[in-house]
Design a protein around this ligand. Structure first.
Ligand code: IDP
Ligand code: MG
Length: 168
């Protein structure tokens, strides 16, 4: 067992359905610690960066519209970094499979997700699926100082005459 960090996003459908409290209660079963949390306005650039590995898929344009909140008219997501033993798999188990129809019915996606006629799976939450993805995603969504653990190497740069830490 290894100590890991993982990125969780409550997607716009999760917010529209007012599931934040419910999702956090479910995820607390993993016995992990939240070391970063914030509300984020998702630009198309951020959404495209997050789902870069899917850019050749036919549902990619719809997926970007989903994460930016265009589909649900909710222009934000809530982002969390969970940290602790076996964090990636523990969170994925509680979140459930990508396709809500195939997900375990007691998982978050199985209970609340849906498949729409437009094609994209509306599955309530995102959770990192490997160590490599988790690192890439945490660095994309959070600045070093927004996380209360030193997870990855940082460097100091001068931004507008102010010293700031960025990911190395
Ligand atoms: P994951 O979110 O379980 O890691 P990924 O394959 O990384 O699954 O896909 C990212 C997101 O793209 C999914 O959460 C879902 O919203 C959407 N998606 C993935 N595969 C499909 C598909 O075959 N049809 C429609 N939407 C999909
Ligand atoms: Mg994924």
């Amino acid at each position: 067992m290894a100590i890991e960090s993982t990125l969780v996003l409550i997607k716009p459908d999760g917010l529209k359905k007012s599931l934040t409290g419910n999702i956090l209660t479910r995820l607390s079963e993993a016995k992990l610690v939240i070391i970063g949390a914030k509300v984020v306005h998702v630009t198309p650039e951020l959404a495209m960066g997050h789902y870069e590995h899917l850019k050749e898929k036919p549902f990619f344009p719809e997926l970007v519209r989903y994460l930016t909140g265009e589909i649900h008219n909710i222009r934000r997501v809530i982002a969390f970094v969970y940290h602790g033993e076996d964090a990636i798999q523990r969170i994925r188990d509680l979140v459930g499979s990508t396709n809500p129809e195939e997900a375990n019915p007691v998982s978050i996606r199985g209970a609340y997700g849906r498949i729409t006629t437009s094609g994209v799976f509306e599955n309530i939450v995102h959770a990192s699926s490997s160590r490599e993805d988790a690192e890439k995603e945490i660095k994309l969504w959070f600045k070093p100082r927004e996380i209360v653990e030193k997870l990855y190497p940082v460097k100091e740069v001068m931004l507008n005459n102010v010293k700031e830490e960025v990911w190395e």
